[in-house]
Write a protein that binds this ligand. Sequence first.
Ligand SMILES: [Zn+2]
Length: 105
Amino acid sequence: MTIEQFQRTIEETYGERDAARGLERTFIWFVEEVGELARALRSESHERKVEEFSDVLAWLTTTASLAGVEMSEAAERFARGCPKCDRSPCECRREGREKDSSPRR
Ligand SMILES: [Zn+2]
């Protein structure tokens, strides 16, 4: 399944309900799911972790749809590696990377 297919499936499955809830309240649900992921990461259960990563991905994706953003376009920023230095592995200086919004890996 591609990122684009995943986003279409999420839209078909939850789009109507999520549109009725609206962007702001849907984003709050997404943040709550991130909190559940934080708890799952401390648990021993692999299944629990998979479930929470899945929920966070679904809520992130539906929030993107409500904001008019294609997740495949968002992912494309990293297609050639780090979007700041265009290298993989990233060669940005550690301190610089931690000040900006790029993920820490
Ligand atoms: Zn970099």
